[in-house]
Design a protein around this ligand. Structure first.
Ligand code: SPD
Length: 352
């Protein structure tokens, strides 16, 4: 559904590209309400050349390429490297009056990776968990399922679910953080040799998985073609909204939290227009529309009044206090650890 709507919008881009002012935006797949892009162009006369990516590496590559990008959406754990490499600019808050609506608690979390919140404003955030198609998974498993990452990380358990379809996000930080947390450890505090050993466990799981991909699983969950996925919350809730008996679970061992942010890359050729786009998205009514369509919580303290009560109360979208206690933010990795993480993940992703 999300992708169809995006395709409709993209069909309009040749016409939009003729507008005098235009900006280039890089965002995660399935992470905008396409109507918001059309409304922005209608309201401001600024066309949007909109690109999507599905992994953090793809965004890093685009930002390293030197191509002019006006607005991008990195996750919080990418910010320290982007800031220290000079890849993103400090924001000019005098051009962002709607920043007054931002959630102060989220801003204080972000200040740990972007001191004084100079470079980034929160867009959408959420938890990683398991998307479970309960009837299919229970039938394959042979009874009720434990509320545990063991469904995925214990090869004996995942072998029981392999026949109904398991997928894993193509997200090294999430995957390795969750595995090490399941083992009672932490990715950022693990030596490269420990990360390498974690890679061996992932490799042992690989035969039980249908694929490692962060985009294909959205349609497959929504069509009932998978019974267990490591999932970002909105992608899991979209399958439930499409009518599948899919629930989003934050297992008892806990899980990771991401905050995705609006930033202006150093290569932006239109920083004033980029500020206008970011400010537009920070209007409570606009970002509420994005949350309502993507099913991800947003970083705006004043948007709830524009979101349907049934959606706000939907379990999983905004985690309750008990779930929040089990969530920890994705870690920022020292460079040596990051190299090992990339090596291990590339091997796992390829499955050979
Ligand atoms: N459908 C893609 C949604 C992206 C969610 N955020 C990704 C965070 C990666 N660290």
């Amino acid at each position: 559904m999300h992708r169809v709507l995006v395709a409709v919008f993209l069909g309009l881009t040749p016409w939009l590209a003729q507008a005098a002012d235009s900006i280039t935006v890089y965002n995660w797949n399935d992470y905008i309400a396409p109507q918001v892009l059309e409304d922005f162009t209608r309201d401001t006369g600024i066309a949007v050349d909109y690109h999507t990516f599905t992994t953090a590496e793809e965004l890093d590559k685009a930002l390293d390429s030197g191509d002019a990008i006006d607005v991008a959406v990195p996750s919080h754990n990418q910010l320290p490297a982007l800031i220290s490499a000079g890849r993103i600019r400090p924001l000019d808050f005098s051009q962002l009056p709607n920043s007054r609506h931002l959630d102060k608690q989220l801003l204080s979390k972000l200040a740990a990776v972007d001191p004084q919140n100079r470079h980034a404003v929160p867009y959408l955030w959420g938890a990683v968990g398991l998307a479970i198609n309960t009837p299919k998974a229970e039938a394959a498993y042979g009874g009720p399922l434990p509320d545990s990452w063991s469904l995925l990380f214990d090869p004996q358990q995942s072998a029981r679910l392999a026949s109904c379809g398991i997928s894993v996000l193509d997200a090294a930080d999430e995957g390795l953080s969750l595995l090490l947390n399941y083992q009672g450890r932490s990715l950022a505090r693990s030596a490269p040799s420990r990360i390498q050993r974690a890679g061996k466990i992932l490799d042992a799981l690989r035969p039980n998985l249908r694929y490692v991909d962060s985009e294909r699983y959205i349609d497959d969950l929504a069509k009932g073609n998978l019974c267990l996925s490591m999932a970002w919350v909105g992608d899991a809730l979209a399958a439930a909204q499409a009518g599948q008996p899919v629930r989003f679970v934050v297992p008892q061992e806990g899980s990771v939290l991401f905050i995705d942010n609006l930033v202006i890359p150093a290569t932006s050729s239109q920083p004033a227009l980029a500020h206008r786009f970011i400010d537009y998205l920070m209007q409570p009514k606009v970002i509420a529309q994005v949350t309502s369509e993507t099913l991800y919580p947003n970083g705006n303290a004043d948007s709830a009044q524009f979101i349907e009560a049934a959606l706000l109360e939907q379990p999983g979208l905004y985690p309750d206090q008990e779930t929040k206690r089990r969530l920890f933010p994705l870690d920022v990795l020292p460079e040596k650890h990051a190299e090992m993480r990339n090596q291990v993940w590339q091997h796992f992703r390829q499955g050979s």
